[in-house]
Design a protein around this ligand. Structure first.
Ligand code: GLC
Length: 734
């Protein structure tokens, strides 16, 4: 059996690498590399910039680089520092260049909205655009490789890393995955404005029990294939250069040492020819998992599984040589890993010129350029979601007499940028306070802190109420600080602090319209404040241009078009709550005791996935299919007409959903399968067309084969998930 494994591995590697034009070059390099130098390529250390894991006190890193024992560094920032480290690498015997990795997740220096916020734009073009800008800035600053996109689907708002991904929907996250690979990698990794991307975290990291970060994941293989794998498959098919395995175990086996997902599925079945890097220390963490006895066993398990580079655990550099020398691992596996890594370094042009990304002049004129800021403002304003606009309070007039801005988040630059803001430039972040003060010169702009940024203690409530009585409208910023959602930031309570909500309720008693800005990195619960507010805008953490984007929406420079990429729950007890659930045999019925519901709380969310309002109104009609009976291998064209029945122009997000009514395994009550953003003038109509391929109607069965089955499908479309037009499609096999 063991020999079969190596024969298959050799076969796959030779086929795969035969495709690479650099295979011969790498083979000749491998032939002169010592085992130490080969293992060195599989070894990655961090610099001191942004440690997101336990730091070692290793003072020998420079000596190790010169000895050819280090292949990559992460968190080395800027052209000066990357040049310095690369010069050290050039002192090594074979002068193999280092590859520099960094978490460029939503911008490098120009910060874009957090990925969950950007996903709310339901605009795949923006996802690519922001990655393109981020790649241009990162590459100009010496970075070769980003640990992004994070494409972990997650249905649990308690998990802090929901801020980093595309939300709860597989289809939307899959489109984002493809766009991000294109944005980061462009068409040629040798281009000096492209960087290698990394699909993370492989796999199902977004499904931890109880929403606790790093926690156990135990899901069925059909759920793994239907919900969590598709974005990664799309990234692999899009030519992404690397994958990062996740910290979590999957069904009892840590992903770092999981042969099924790394070697059999990713490298075997999917034919992925890039390389896999572990997450921070995750190789050694398999000891804590209780999967291996010690770091030597961890190194063996990770290598056998298909993890090619060890981030910061030192398991490979300390144990692989002995494992090879004692025959516990084959040198073939080492060669396979090193080939994968070297081919990517060649594709990045690092062998042509190890200092190609070290142009200080380019760095200076690229970072935070006016053009990049404009792009950030564009993405930010389209990421804002309007959840409520009673009496059309918004947009406000640019000549209103007075406005009161309340809450420290209104002025907090750092909190505009959110978590994973990379090489963030806090000083240059525009806050709502600054933008409104600057752009409403005819208005008296008052400010009241309202509550303390740290501790959420109410401040001077009487004074705040007095100011409110003197203002025409009141804008209150509530929610989370930048570091309340992100890695290791899971929460058992996502309810907005009572003090913040009480402040909103007190201000509403003045009878003045309250405009709520809900800031944060995840869905939040704010029922009381929502009740009191006339307007609710979800503004996430919008990045460097947050204030200007919020201003654009407040005054109607931009008619909001965002949609929720995650369900906003009404109660903690509902979590995890998501739109694409299975129906159960006793679907909830209000007056039926024995149906799937709670006896003490409402099962319905506060705001559903895909929901968002506009300053305009849109009407849908004529949902049509090009055929209503089709063969299972036929593509269906779905058309629907949308009309702007409001008084202002605006973008509308037309959404297409399906429901497979009867199948060999139960299927969700609704699945997003298409989005189309249309801009319409008042009174204008457009007919939007979607192509629904058999692939989109299929699913993975428990036997892990992909099936497109006969049967009836509901086809639904519209702009609001609660008001969709419906039609039916019947598929037959003959
Ligand atoms: C962190 C994260 C991962 C990141 C890596 C390097 O722990 O899990 O997403 O890319 O370490 O910073």
């Amino acid at each position: 059996m063991k020999y079969l494994f190596y024969i298959l591995l050799f076969f796959f590697s030779s086929v795969l690498f035969a495709i690479s034009p650099y295979s011969a070059k790498v083979d000749s390099l491998l032939n002169i590399m010592t085992l130490d130098e080969k293992i060195g390529q599989m070894n990655q250390y961090t610099g001191s910039f942004l440690a997101t894991g336990p730091l070692s006190d290793d003072t020998t890193i420079v000596a190790q680089i010169i000895a050819g024992r280090v292949g990559s560094m992460l968190n080395i920032i800027g052209t000066k520092n990357t040049r310095m480290m690369q010069e050290i690498a050039m002192k090594s015997r074979l002068k193999i260049p280092l590859i520099f990795g960094l978490d460029v997740v939503h911008g490098y220096k120009t910060t874009f909205p957090i990925p969950l916020g950007e996903a709310a734009s339901f605009d795949i073009g923006l996802a690519e655009k922001s990655a393109r800008v981020a790649a241009t800035e990162a590459a100009s600053a010496g970075t070769h490789w980003t640990f992004a996109p994070m494409i972990d689907v997650s249905r649990d708002a308690r998990w802090g890393r929901v801020m980093e991904g595309g939300g709860e929907d597989t289809w939307l996250t899959t489109q984002i995955a493809k766009a991000k690979v294109k944005g980061y990698q462009g068409t040629n990794l040798k281009d000096k404005n492209t960087i290698m991307a990394c699909a993370k975290h492989f796999i199902a990291y977004g499904a931890p029990i109880a929403g606790k970060d790093y926690n156990t994941v135990d899901i069925s293989l059909q759920t793994l294939h239907n919900v969590y794998l598709p974005p990664f498959k799309a990234a692999a098919n899009s030519g992404i250069g690397s994958f990062m395995n996740s910290f979590n175990e999957l069904n009892g086996i840590p992903c770092t040492g999981n042969q099924y997902i790394l070697r059999d599925l990713l490298k075997g079945n999917w034919g992925f020819n890039g390389f896999v890097v572990s997450d921070w220390g995750s190789v050694a963490e398999m000891v804590q998992h209780g999967f291996v006895n010690d770091k030597e066993d961890a190194a063996q398990a990770a290598l056998l599984a298909g993890c090619d580079m060890d981030m910061e655990s030192r398991s490979y550099t300390q144990h692989l040589k002995k494992l090879v020398e004692t025959g516990k691992v084959s040198a073939t596996l080492i060669d396979d890993a090193v080939k994968r890594i070297l081919i990517k370094k060649i594709e990045l042009g690092l062998f042509d010129n190890p200092f190609a990304y070290c142009d200080e002049e380019l760095e200076k004129r690229t970072l935070l350029s006016p053009e990049n800021r404009l792009e950030a403002r564009e993405v930010a304003k389209k990421s804002i979601v309007l959840l409520k606009n009673s009496d059309n309070v918004l947009p406000i007039s640019k000549t209103l007499k007075s406005i009161l801005l309340v809450g420290p988040l209104m002025k907090s630059k750092e909190d505009m940028l959110g978590f994973w803001a990379c090489e963030k430039d806090i000083a240059s972040a525009v806050t709502p306070y600054e933008a409104i003060l600057k752009n409403l010169p005819q208005s008296k702009v008052n400010y009241a802190e309202g509550y303390s940024l740290i501790g959420n203690q109410l401040i001077n409530l009487k004074e705040t109420v007095r100011k409110a009585k003197q203002s025409e409208v009141i804008v209150v910023a509530i929610g989370e600080r930048w570091n309340e959602t992100g890695e290791a930031k899971s929460k058992g309570n996502i309810i907005v602090p009572a003090e913040q909500q009480m402040l909103v309720t007190e201000l509403a008693k003045t009878g003045k319209p309250i405009i709520l800005l809900v800031m944060g990195g995840r869905p939040l619960i704010f029922n009381e404040a929502a009740q009191s507010a006339s307007v609710i805008l979800v503004t996430w953490w919008l990045g460097s241009e947050a204030g200007n984007a919020i201003f654009d929406v407040l005054v109607g420079n931009y008619n909001p078009s965002g949609r929720l990429p995650m369900t906003f729950p009404k109660y903690m007890g509902q979590l995890p709550i998501y739109y694409n659930y299975n129906n159960t045999g006793r679907p909830e019925q209000k007056d039926v005791s024995y149906s799937s519901k709670y006896i003490d709380i409402d099962s319905q969310p506060a705001y559903p996935f895909g929901f968002g309002l506009s300053y305009s109104t849109f009407e849908y009609s004529d949902l049509k299919l090009n055929h209503y009976f089709a063969h299972t291998d036929q593509t269906t064209t779905v058309t629907i007409t949308v009309k702007n029945t409001g008084k202002v122009s605006g973008n509308e997000i037309v959404q297409l959903y399906i429901r497979d009514l009867v199948a060999s395994i139960t299927r969700p009550v609704k699945e997003l399968k298409g989005i189309e953003k249309v801009f319409l003038q008042p009174g204008e109509s457009k007919t939007v067309s979607f192509q629904l391929s058999p692939e989109e109607l299929g699913f993975w069965g428990n036997d892990l084969t992909y099936k497109v089955e006969e049967g009836v499908f509901e086809i639904m479309a519209g702009g609001n998930p609660n008001q969709l037009l419906k039609s039916w499609l019947t598929l037959k096999n003959e």
